[in-house]
Write a protein that binds this ligand. Structure first.
Ligand SMILES: [Zn+2]
Length: 99
């Protein structure tokens, strides 16, 4: 039997497991986007990326493709996420100054 743990709080999940799926996709058509400015030659950018790849082993190209994340949640985190899916309350707390 597979054992799950909560992706948010790390606690083991017994029977009451929830899953949350977040899909991030471009809401625009990348093909119809304005062409890059003459200064930014996409081929040159790619060449620079390849150079960087050789240096660092990391490759960063702009990504527009859809991304899907799936999380296992315990009941507690499921309730929390249902109330505030983007965790905006926590951001407000971070920005809150005690003065
Ligand atoms: Zn949890």
């Amino acid at each position: 039997m597979k054992h799950y743990s909560c992706d948010l709080c790390g606690r083991p999940i017994s029977d009451e497991r929830y899953t949350a799926r977040i899909e991030i996709a471009a809401a625009f058509d990348p093909e119809k986007l304005a062409p890059v400015s003459p200064d930014e030659d996409p081929l040159e950018q790619i060449a620079e990326e390849i150079e960087a790849l050789e240096d660092t082993g990391q490759f960063h190209l702009p990504e527009t493709g859809p991304k899907t994340f799936e999380f296992d949640l315990c009941p507690t985190c499921q309730r929390r996420l249902s109330r505030d899916p983007l965790n905006r309350a926590a951001r407000k707390q971070l920005n809150f100054s005690p003065n």
